[in-house]
Design a protein around this ligand. Sequence first.
Ligand SMILES: Cc1ncc(C[n+]2csc(CCOP(=O)(O)OP(=O)(O)O)c2C)c(N)n1
Ligand SMILES: [Mg+2]
Length: 324
Amino acid sequence: MKIDKKIAISLYYSMLRIRMVEEKIVELYSEQEMRCPVHLCIGQEAIAAGVCVNLLKKDYLFSSHRSHGHYLAKGGDLKQMLAEIYGKATGCSKGKGGSMHLVDLSAGILGTTPIVAGIIPIATGAAFGTKMKDEGNVTAVFFGDAAAEEGVFFESLNFASLKKLPVLFICENNFFSVYSPLSVRQPEKRDNLSLAKSLGIKGAKGNGNDVFEVYKLAKKAILNIRKGKGPYYLEFDTYRWREHCGPNFDNDLGYRTERDFLKWKKKCPIGLFEKKLIDCGILNSSQIKSLKQDIREEINDAVSFAKNSPYPESKEMLSDVYAD
Ligand SMILES: Cc1ncc(C[n+]2csc(CCOP(=O)(O)OP(=O)(O)O)c2C)c(N)n1
Ligand SMILES: [Mg+2]
């Protein structure tokens, strides 16, 4: 593996931090102090990390309901994210949005929303805006395999291609929409990449559990966009480990098999990359231990901040969240 040491460590750190934040949410969720639903991306961290390491601060990011990883990888403030999940006034949406409405304007995170596919045209519009103003930002939008079934997906790709917009579409294919597998939702031979190409959009598919592969494909895509060559479509296969919504495992429900789950667990994006980094001599086990300790402390601080923050006042109920 030929990889720049600094990039390798930042990819690893980014994935590990996302995993540890979400594991903390798992640990604390049963206290019933977080009163909003959470859609965890444990198992899918490589896509957020591999794409976002290529983005600049001024670039824009949009995502959907499963967005903690995207928010953190793009540089969103951890304290404000946890405070938001705890419904506190110090949260990134002032405690009114919860886990599915993450925003950090200072990090270029313009928004995440839970309406499946609803964010795709919003991101496309933002990219249109930056192009009209000649601002030179790239806009990245993450969405799931089910979002690619909604009408706005096609409209957005069509418009982005027509106007050569600086937008990166990233489909995270985890094979399920809640409990429905692809086989009951899409014709067998459907291929989103061919659909994108038929609209004149370049793209690629990759292994979403291999962070280095994601990184390389995203790097190429983002360079293409920065050169003014128009939109790009990326699709990555991956697997969510936990239930669709919530902190538990749900393999007992029968919509997917324990065998499949274990097969994907063996392809843990963090475990596999960690082994590579150790084999290449980029990190050793004591450095990994100390990285984990640093992240643990950061998370504990952020949890205390969130828990000790006040709830929004009732007079705030109808005020504009992002006005100032
Ligand atoms: C328009 C719309 N329809 C249905 C839902 C309910 N819903 C929430 S998440 C989800 C599944 C989305 O699947 P996918 O886009 O593949 O993302 P994943 O959850 O797998 O990450 C559904 C159907 C919704 N939020 N919005
Ligand atoms: Mg899905």
